[in-house]
Design a protein around this ligand. Structure first.
Ligand code: F3S
Length: 394
């Protein structure tokens, strides 16, 4: 991989150990992916923020980077959700031991210069650069959304490679950064009868969960109707990222490549795999985190109602502020739900703190990870179905 003279000097240690490590990471990645050179980026999105995912080893690595002299992110950098609500972790039952580690992670990222919100839907809260811009986003659901919906160019970065990109302002010019690699490698034809009209986050999550498990390259959807909202698209992207390594889809593929079908049987197979109980003891919304539109529709559905079950609603602090200003947050909280800011719905101790055997959610990614990380059983339902049963007139 070609490096400029300046890049060679940084690699040799001229600008200190942290940048040297970052360039070493990019060089290794570049060699692995046959990149011709590095390319400047406008935005890095870094994952590996919840203490539940990175643990002590990740925390020590991050501290080493953050507290070296002159360490700063070179480009606009957002970070994924952490593991708790920084302002009310105590009242939500998070242990002081967990909280202190989580706060150390947060202060390390703050020292490096991240934007103020912890979110897996960064495109909701920050201005998106023009189509074609190179970015380096970790968090599979966001990276797939960036490539497929926003037409930005990113590979599915790991926590470490996105951190290296944030520190250097560059990424490797390979894979989905190149136009020739952004064409479908396989088509997925929707051949549905019973579930013909896919509608809402749950349906698109099921489609994504199947698509991700079948196609590892760029997915070419055919005969796909619907997908009208940001919320459906984010559910589709999140589920694709959960089951495979694809980093992009094309909505209406005309590519003449091998095709596979998505049938009613496939739809029902995924549903049965993810949903193992009729009812859950608690409700979890917000994987990926809620958009402001979802907060609005939740507030409409909960207006004048009381929830019969515990309900956690995950969103970024930016979305929360906006929901509070518009009055949505008060309605949601008055119904008995707890809004959790800046945390991940799955990689958080809060699900264990609920102390339940089963949860209800509308998220396929959430169902997948809550089962694995917390050992709970899941009732997968639409938001409407969940609230029809759980919300009663006040
Ligand atoms: Fe976001 Fe966590 Fe789900 S990062 S996509 S809420 S697993």
């Amino acid at each position: 991989m070609y490096l400029s003279q300046r890049e060679e000097r940084i690699l040799a240690g001229e600008s200190g150990e942290v940048l040297q490590i970052a360039y070493r990471i990019l060089l290794a990645l570049g060699r692995l992916t046959n990149a011709s050179r590095l390319v400047p980026i406008k935005w890095a999105h870094v994952s590996g923020v919840s203490y539940l995912t990175i643990g002590d080893y990740g925390l020590e690595f991050l501290k080493r980077i953050a507290f070296s002299s002159h360490s700063k992110f070179k480009v606009f950098t957002t970070v994924n959700p952490c593991g708790m609500d920084v302002e009310k972790w105590d009242s939500l039952g998070v242990s002081p031991e967990y909280a202190s580690k989580q706060l150390e992670i947060i202060s390390a990222y703050a020292k490096l210069g991240t934007a103020s919100s912890f979110t897996c839907v960064p495109y909701q809260s920050y201005r998106v650069p023009p189509a074609g811009t190179h970015v380096a986003w970790a968090e599979s659901s966001a990276a797939i959304y960036a490539n497929s919906i926003l037409n930005l160019k990113t590979n599915r970065e790991s926590a470490v490679s996105a951190l290296a990109s944030a520190l250097t302002g560059k990424t490797v010019l390979s894979d989905l950064h190149l136009d020739e690699n952004r064409r479908p490698s396989k088509n997925l034809r929707l051949s549905l009868k019973k579930h013909e009209r896919l509608r809402g986050s749950l349906d698109f999550g099921i489609l994504g969960y199947f698509a991700g498990s079948q196609i590892s390259g760029v997915i070419g959807f055919q005969n796909l109707r619907g997908l009208k909202s940001i919320e459906e698209a984010k559910a589709l992207c999140a589920a694709i990222g959960t089951t495979g390594s694809s980093g992009m889809f094309v909505l209406h593929s005309k590519e003449k490549v091998e095709g596979i079908d998505f049938t009613d049987r496939d739809y029902e197979g995924i549903f049965e795999k993810l949903s193992d109980v009729e009812r859950g003891e608690a409700i979890v919304f917000g994987c990926p985190q809620m958009t402001i539109e979802e907060m609005y529709s939740l507030s409409k559905m909960l207006y004048g109602k009381k929830l019969k079950k515990k309900c956690l609603v995950f969103c970024s602090s930016k979305v929360y502020e906006s929901a509070r200003t518009r009055g949505y947050a008060t309605i949601i909280e008055s119904a008995g739900a707890t809004i959790v800011r800046d945390a991940c719905a799955d990689f958080t101790p809060l699900i264990s703190v609920l102390n339940v055997d089963s949860v209800e959610t509308d998220s396929c990614k959430g169902a997948h990870y809550m089962k694995r990380v917390h050992g709970v059983r899941v009732a997968l339902k639409t938001t409407n179905e969940i609230l029809r049963e759980a919300a009663i007139a006040n």
